[in-house]
Write a protein that binds this ligand. Structure first.
Ligand SMILES: [Zn+2]
Length: 307
């Protein structure tokens, strides 16, 4: 959502509407499946306490969207389009509303973010334009792609049979309403670099992307999800508003280490369910999330009761 950094609660509809081809919003909403109260823990909480949906904020970390065998995908970077579709359906059934990562981070920083989920895609693989974008449009779902300008047009190092988008292709994706974030300039592990080098990687990627898109780039994702205290300081000093980790690292209390959970080749609905479980990602340590914490606590109590 370049150029619209400060959109607030009403923004999700705007963001979703922007992606929706004309006339598709009501169509996609009317397809929403009913919540199966027997099959998920939240359903039990809702029944017992009369709660409306109270899911903790959630950011998921994908890479490519293609049907690829594990043999060709040793780093577990790809999900099949039909699996991503299932994830979207399931998240909706659980009561989640989709937000671009910057919007989700804004919400969390304001003590909101309950029931918000963000789909993020690292590295800027070509299928993000050719396969992911049409899928998101059809589902009316916003998303964020974290791009690596130093890789534009190159084969992906861990999947050399495909390539990274070119600068033009990234611009096209942004023009279609996908939020573009920075994923460093050359995808080095920033936590292993000096403050100066990490700052250079982050600042240069921000500037190159902003020049390309003619719009502010306010969110970053650390390569491999790794950051040190110095990396996070470098990120803040480079002018980003928010940055995210991966692999369950980070916390919703730290705007420069917001947590994301990886979804890889073969990730199941069960793993998605575990990843939104507050006990799984330590949400309860999160102080700014006072709003909705009562509901989350109730949910946890019910889960512990075996509800
Ligand atoms: Zn990456």
């Amino acid at each position: 959502m370049q150029g619209e950094k400060h959109i607030d609660s009403g923004s999700r509809d705007t963001a979703e509407a922007r992606l929706a081809p004309t006339g598709r919003i009501s169509a996609s909403r009317s397809r929403l499946p009913a919540i199966d109260k027997r099959s998920n823990l939240f359903g039990a909480a809702q029944e017992a306490e009369g709660l409306k949906h109270s899911n903790p904020p959630l950011a998921l970390n994908y890479h490519g969207v293609a049907r690829v065998s594990l043999r060709r995908d040793p780093r577990n970077l790809f999900v099949a389009p039909e699996d991503l579709q299932k994830h979207i359906t399931k998240l909706r059934a659980w009561g989640y509303v989709f937000a671009a990562f910057g919007d989700l981070a804004d919400q969390v920083s304001e003590g909101r973010g309950v029931n918000s989920v963000s789909l993020t895609f690292d590295d800027g693989l070509l299928d993000n334009l050719t396969t992911l974008l049409p899928l998101l449009r059809a589902e009316n779902v916003p998303a964020t792609v974290f791009a690596v300008p130093g890789w534009f047009g190159e084969p992906h190092p861990d999947a050399p049979w495909t390539r990274i988008m070119t600068a033009d292709e990234v611009r096209k994706l942004a023009a279609s309403g996908i939020e573009i974030g920075a994923h460093s300039m050359t995808h080095r592990d920033l936590s292993a670099l000096s403050y100066e080098d990490a700052h250079g990687e982050l600042l240069t990627s921000k500037r190159v992307l902003e020049e390309l898109l003619q719009a502010p780039v306010s969110v970053a994702a650390y390569p491999y999800g790794y950051s040190s205290e110095e990396t996070r300081r470098a990120c803040r000093d480079a002018g980003f508003r928010f940055a995210c980790a991966a692999k369950g690292l980070g916390a919703w209390t730290d705007p420069y280490a917001l947590p994301r959970h990886g979804i890889g080749n073969g990730s199941t609905i069960l793993s998605l369910r575990l990843k939104r479980n507050p006990r799984y990602h330590g949400l309860m340590d999160s102080r700014p999330l006072s709003l909705g914490r009562g509901a989350v606590r109730t949910w946890i109590r019910l889960m512990q009761r075996g509800g």
